[in-house]
Design a protein around this ligand. Structure first.
Ligand SMILES: C[S@@+](CC[C@H](N)C(=O)[O-])C[C@H]1O[C@@H](n2cnc3c(N)ncnc32)[C@H](O)[C@@H]1O
Length: 436
């Protein structure tokens, strides 16, 4: 990939904010972020708008991470697949396209590209790169948008690409447009980007319809929304999204659901589709405003998986946004649960830390997670220890386990580590956890 120009500089001169076309939504768009609505005799009141066209990237750092990852990934996707012997045409299908641009105080232009513009920039750049090297690959971009008003904003935002790249804006829903676009792109490398506001708009059947050779899906959805709806009595929408109702078995007594377990289940459902031999799912968490989105990937090559992982890693994750690899998180949880099980035989004994490590040897947990096991079990009254739980603690702690250790699952809460208790070492004494 040496010599590839990063497509993060705009490849065109964008107009200033396009004029707002008259829309079909209630209210008049004033500016990014504000809508005016009638207030009867009390006049008109400006209220913050939730419309996607009014979104500011400054307030949505999780969207910035998603867009940045896409900006890193799309050129690689096109270049990898565009060099295939038969790959004359490559398709990028963005089925929940949005307005194309967002207000963005962090960008000197005052705005930043949404996914359709990111895709156009990547396509122009990659197509040019491929042509310079003798590949006649053509990239085709299809953008589906349900809201007429947003679709019109998108058309205006895409105007600078007219005549430079093959793109089309399709009015309508992803569900209705998918079969037509699948037919058009049949036999050609295709990336489908499925990015609804929530999750209800994306039944699993639509995702499944993209499960064919040389086609990859990137699915971004609102995890918080799924978890909220899953807690309700009638959660048929979650079933439609998930593809079956096995998620109901995850519901705890209070109706709540562990987001990571749900996400891993979703990934496994993607993995069952033969074309998606390689799958991943990550949670993009912004604790400050309780935003919790996930991006799942289904593709046919390990290269795709690695490239997406790299693209996510390189995305700007400022402002306290966390990106969690769910497969790893779920694996970690399983290992912690297994460790609790393995400790059952030490019930009623007093042991040193080394003895605990021997018991847990087969789960290969790093020390911080062994600590989490012990801190959790202490809260449940299953273990206590002398001094403190720290390698530098003097004297080293002795762990006293309760007479019976109940089989429990870890609650997933990361507890604060203990600080070392230090005092003068006796002559010749060893510090830390001491010998096993
Ligand atoms: C999260 S936004 C898209 C953001 C865009 N992908 C980006 O990253 O810049 C979701 C968009 O999908 C549109 N939408 C909602 N339901 C839809 C459906 N069933 N089919 C197509 N578009 C839909 C919304 O109007 C909204 O503009």
């Amino acid at each position: 990939m040496a010599g590839i120009r990063a497509p993060d500089q705009a490849l065109y001169t964008a107009p200033t904010v396009p004029p707002q076309p008259p829309g079909d939504d209630p209210g008049v768009q004033l500016d990014f972020g504000l809508t005016v609505e009638p207030m009867g005799r009390r006049g008109r009141l400006a209220r913050p708008s939730r419309a996607v066209a009014a979104r500011r990237l400054d307030d949505h750092p999780q969207t910035r991470v998603k867009l940045d990852a896409l900006r890193n990934y799309l050129p690689r996707f096109i270049l990898i697949l565009g060099q295939g012997l038969k790959a004359r045409h490559v398709y990028i299908i963005d089925l929940f396209a949005g307005p194309g641009r967002y207000a963005d105080g962090a960008d000197p232009r005052g705005w930043s590209e949404g996914s359709p513009l990111v895709a156009c920039e990547a396509a122009l750049y990659a197509q040019e790169w491929l042509r310079d090297r003798g590949f006649g690959t053509e990239v085709h971009l299809r953008f589906v948008e349900k809201s007429k008003r947003t679709a019109n904003l998108l058309r205006a935002a895409l105007a600078p690409f007219t005549g430079k790249i093959d793109y089309a804006v399709v009015d309508g829903t992803a569900e209705d447009a998918a079969p037509v676009l699948l037919t058009e792109s049949r036999g050609h490398p295709t990336l489908a980007f499925l990015d609804p506001d929530g999750f209800k708009e994306l039944p699993f059947e639509v995702v499944r319809s993209f499960g064919r050779r040389y086609t990859e899906v990137l699915i971004s959805f609102d995890v918080q929304g799924v978890i909220r709806v899953a807690g309700l009595e009638d959660a048929g929408l979650v079933t439609a999204f998930y593809g079956d109702d096995m998620w109901r078995a995850m519901r705890r007594d209070d109706g709540s659901i562990d987001a990571d377990v749900f996400l891993e289940g979703y990934r496994q459902r993607l993995a069952v589709i033969p074309a998606f031999r390689y799958t991943s799912v990550r949670r993009i968490h912004f604790p400050k405003n309780h935003a919790n989105r996930a991006i799942a990937q289904g593709c046919g090559s390990r290269k795709g998986l690695q490239a997406w992982s790299e693209a996510i890693r390189k995305a700007k994750t400022t402002d306290g946004v966390l990106v969690l690899d769910i497969a790893r998180e779920v694996e970690r949880r399983d290992a912690i649960d297994r460790a609790i099980e393995l400790l059952a035989p030490v019930a009623g004994s007093n042991v040193r830390y080394g003895a605990i490590l021997q018991v847990l040897a087969q789960v290969d947990l790093p020390d911080p997670d062994v600590h989490q096991v012990l801190l959790f079990m202490r809260e449940l009254g299953q273990v206590t220890w002398t001094s403190t739980l720290h390698a530098a603690s003097v004297p080293p702690p002795i762990f006293g386990f309760a007479e019976a250790i109940e089989p429990v699952r870890w609650d997933g809460v990361t507890r604060a580590e203990e600080r070392p208790a230090l005092r003068a070492l006796p002559a010749g004494g060893s510090g830390g956890y001491g010998p096993a």
